[in-house]
Design a protein around this ligand. Structure first.
Ligand SMILES: Nc1ncnc2c1ncn2[C@@H]1O[C@H](COP(=O)(O)OP(=O)(O)OP(=O)(O)O)[C@@H](O)[C@H]1O
Ligand SMILES: O=P(O)(O)OC[C@H]1O[C@H](OP(=O)(O)OP(=O)(O)O)[C@H](O)[C@@H]1O
Ligand SMILES: [Mg+2]
Length: 285
């Protein structure tokens, strides 16, 4: 009997779209080549991809119309749809923050009775309520930074990554970040276990690990192998193999990409030699 088809919502445009498709492609799924395609079948993987506005994805998934979806954590919370994050995906990282002209306010408490422009009214409303602040929320579809210059808002609450857009509009962030966001895989709250979803999650986890880790091989004198393994303990345990020389062993271990050079330096200082780094193409842990 063929496995039941998993229906997956993927952002069709915007900041999440390309990176989401790239990640699915790396996980072995077929992805559209033409940005006009709305639905794409991937029979080899018993999957169907439905390309939707990222803002709508939590709604489709929360209602159970589609099994899982990729969206932003901020969009998920803003939607108030009954969907949960099941795997943070590590791209489209941003913060959601207040900003205004220099000196206009320094924290959420200063916003009582002020006009705040945003595309995330749900998220902002919840934050204001949590702080006991009543303000006039001006909902806009985008280009929120311009609202202050045009005089329809005193401050904004918007997505900030590098801060370039804010600077261009003469605005500065103030107060604590309202939230930190990234792309995430979402599923209907309370949905029952589904082996097809587990396969998707394991494949995406494989991509995340392959992106975050490298494989390090090195030779080291037998008498320092314990100390070398303490420098790079790997995820579970390094593989230690004999070499033709009985005084030396060969070690293979996964290392966080960001720590690669530091680990190589420490291993070298201990006496390890022939330290080789290779990238991981895919994995299942
Ligand atoms: N510059 C950015 N850097 C990182 N993440 C971003 C950036 N801009 C938007 N995002 C994230 O992308 C998601 C918003 O998706 P959306 O499709 O609205 O992106 P967009 O680029 O604003 O597209 P559009 O302007 O066409 O609506 C949110 O999760 C948001 O946090
Ligand atoms: O801090 P930065 O690196 O400048 O990135 C943040 C900006 O990127 C997004 O805008 P987008 O280009 O999607 O325009 P929009 O506001 O019309 O959605 C977001 O809404 C911010 O405006
Ligand atoms: Mg946008």
């Amino acid at each position: 009997m063929p496995a039941s088809q998993l229906r997956i919502a993927v952002p069709n445009k915007g900041a999440l779209s390309e990176a989401a498709s790239a990640m699915l492609r790396e996980a072995g799924y077929n992805q559209r080549r033409d940005a006009k395609e709305l639905i794409l079948d991937d029979p080899d993987n018993s999957a169907q991809f439905v390309f939707l506005r990222p803002r709508d994805i939590a709604l489709y998934v929360g209602s159970g119309t589609l099994d899982v979806g990729i969206t932003g954590r901020d969009l998920l919370l803003d939607s108030r749809a009954p969907a949960d994050e099941i795997l943070p995906l590590g791209f489209a990282r941003s913060t959601f923050r207040f900003a205004g002209r220099p000196g206009v306010a320094s924290s959420v408490a200063d916003l009582q009775g002020r006009r705040i422009a945003t595309s995330y009214s749900g998220l902002l409303g919840k934050h204001l309520a949590e702080h006991g602040v009543t303000a006039d929320v001006v909902h806009l579809d985008g280009a929120v930074e311009t609202a202050v210059a045009l005089g329809i808002a005193d401050v904004i609450a918007d997505v900030v990554e590098t801060g370039t857009t804010l600077r261009a509009a003469g605005l500065e962030v103030f107060g604590e970040a309202i939230m930190r966001s990234e792309a995430t895989l979402v599923r209907r709250a309370g949905a029952p276990a589904d082996p097809a979803v587990d396969v998707l999650v394991r494949r995406l986890q494989g991509v995340l690990v392959a992106r975050q880790y490298v494989m390090v091989d090195y030779d080291c004198p037998r008498d320092i192998v314990e100390r070398a393994c303490a420098v790079a303990p790997g995820l579970e345990s390094p593989t230690v193999s004999p070499t033709a020389n009985p005084d030396w062993v060969a070690v293979r271990v996964m290392v966080r990409k960001a720590a690669t050079n530091q680990v190589m330096d420490e291993l070298y200082d201990l006496g390890a030699r022939a330290i080789l780094v290779t990238s991981i193409h895919a994995c299942r842990l």
